[in-house]
Design a protein around this ligand. Structure first.
Ligand code: 13P
Length: 252
């Protein structure tokens, strides 16, 4: 069955104490509210992962990492490997986020390496794709997203692709307050599902969770999530406030 997911990408925000308080508030809000087939995932920074996995040990809140190394192990100062994440019960990891592509010059090849290492460690990659504003204005958005998916995912086999979660994040919508309309997002999500279906077959495409990200908040989430191909959200700014994030979660 396709899973519905509301995920909070905290990015480089919050002190240790703030992170602890936010997770505790979410656990409190969510208590007794286990919605079948709807997952809540939060993505704290590396130093808070252990705190987060400990606090959520007994509850239905999943923890993911915002990044992972494209190297397996060894002399790579400052890097964090997929096997380290696995040893800390981290279940998901974001890859291909536009901020990493832009500020850290991540290439499709590096993203592919990260995905392979994560899958070897049974960690589900949340693969981000999305076009720049100029690319949309020039009507290149479908081509751009297609190339991103082909370059970093299409080497996977059928069993592997089943463990990937997709996130469509138009770059012009991230942190700008300019959300894609439900129609714009749905059009791209349907296109992504068709790409997966053409490559891997209809049943795999049908099972795949495709999240929307980009200025998604408690006011617009309901209309976005009502679209047939939008299976949840990858939330930045609005995930830093427990009440807002919980309202988004309850928008399904
Ligand atoms: P905002 O929700 O702040 O626009 O960020 C979206 C995002 O980049 C999630 O990964």
């Amino acid at each position: 069955m396709r899973k519905y997911i509301v995920a909070g990408n905290w990015k480089m925000n919050l002190s240790f104490d703030d992170a602890e308080e936010l997770i505790e508030s979410l656990i409190d809000l969510k208590k007794g509210d286990e919605l079948e087939g709807l997952l809540m995932i939060v993505f704290p920074s590396f130093p808070y992962l252990e705190l987060a996995t400990d606090l959520t040990d007994e509850v239905d809140v999943y923890i993911g990492s915002q990044n992972v190394s494209n190297k397996e192990k060894g002399a790579y100062t400052g890097e964090v490997s997929a096997s380290m994440l696995n040893s800390m019960d981290v279940a998901y990891c974001i890859v291909g986020h536009s901020e990493r592509r832009k500020y850290f010059k991540e290439t499709p090849e590096q993203i592919r390496e990260k995905i392979d290492l994560l899958l070897e460690q049974a960690i589900k990659p949340i693969f981000c794709c999305g076009e720049l504003v100029d690319e949309r204005n020039e009507n290149l958005h479908f081509l751009v997203v297609k190339a991103q998916i082909e370059q970093s995912l299409f080497h996977l086999n059928t069993e592997e692709i089943k463990n990937v979660v997709m996130a469509y994040e138009p770059v012009w919508a991230i942190g700008t307050g300019l959300t894609a309309t439900p129609e714009q997002a749905e059009e791209m999500h349907a296109y992504i599902r068709k790409l997966i279906s053409d490559k891997y077959g209809e049943s795999i495409a049908d099972e795949m969770s495709i999240l929307y990200g980009g200025s998604c908040n408690a006011n617009n989430a309901r209309n976005l999530f009502a679209q047939p191909n939008i299976d949840g959200g990858l939330i930045g700014g609005a995930s830093l406030n427990a009440d807002d994030f919980y309202r988004i979660y309850k928008s399904f």
